[in-house]
Design a protein around this ligand. Sequence first.
Ligand code: DHB
Ligand code: FE
Length: 289
Amino acid sequence: MTDAQQSPTAAGSGASATQSFLTTEMYQAVRQVPPERVDAVVRAVLDGVHQAIREHEVTYPEFQAAKAWMIQVGEGGEWPLFLDVFVEHVVEEVQAATQQGTKGSILGPYYLPGQQRLPSPATLPMREDEKGSRLAFTGQVRDVDGNPIAGAEIDIWQADDEGYYSGFAPHVPEGNLRGLVVADDEGRFEIRTIQPAPYQIPTDGPTGQLIEAAGWHPWRPAHLHLIVSGPGHRAITTQLYFRGGEWLESDVASAVKPELVLDPQDQGDGTGRVEYDFVLERDEATAAA
Ligand code: DHB
Ligand code: FE
């Protein structure tokens, strides 16, 4: 472990998010973007930058400050953090235009594949003294016609009660509050976990400095991350939020949708209970095969 990874700082979580990204399959696809697309999209991005410079009469010192900032984002390994907070939601919006069923949301920088498979009913791996109020989350995975999907899986990950993700904060044990929950033959699942805390973009790195310099706030509302999949169906990457939660109306990552807000009820035993069903559309690629 490097020094940067030993405390839950921007440098630590940024560097590990960059490491994690560079080992994903998603990154391998980069080489397949055809030149016409690169030309069209990069040209449009540059046009937007040029336009902003003209409109705001950007000065040389401001240009050099922006250059220095971008160098720092790269050196701190913060590009995954920055892009997932400020850009990914629009990519998701474009994809959502062709997707039916449960609403999607951004993946974010903290997904780690290959977690423990946990048959439902499942309790996510957690520390003996894991802080936070208990949450029991039940539901069913169905297709767009209402049929249960046997063999559905819910890949779930979340921050702890202090807003830290395992794998990206050295004081949190590996695999904590992450799991691949396998639903029953009727697509039903029950997941016991704790309610996560709001997440704060690390304020000690370049992304945090930019947020402060612009007078924005660095918070995301408390959320669960999920990738819900089923044989022959298109997987959905999404997030679930909590009614009344702080920052719900002003998520720094613009990733909240009203359909994705849970309202757990405590019936007096200290556990918030909530039901939420997922709907997946058929995967045309698989269906055709
Ligand atoms: C970031 C962190 C998250 O937990 C998330 O869901 C999205 C983005 C980030 O720091 O970039
Ligand atoms: Fe998150």
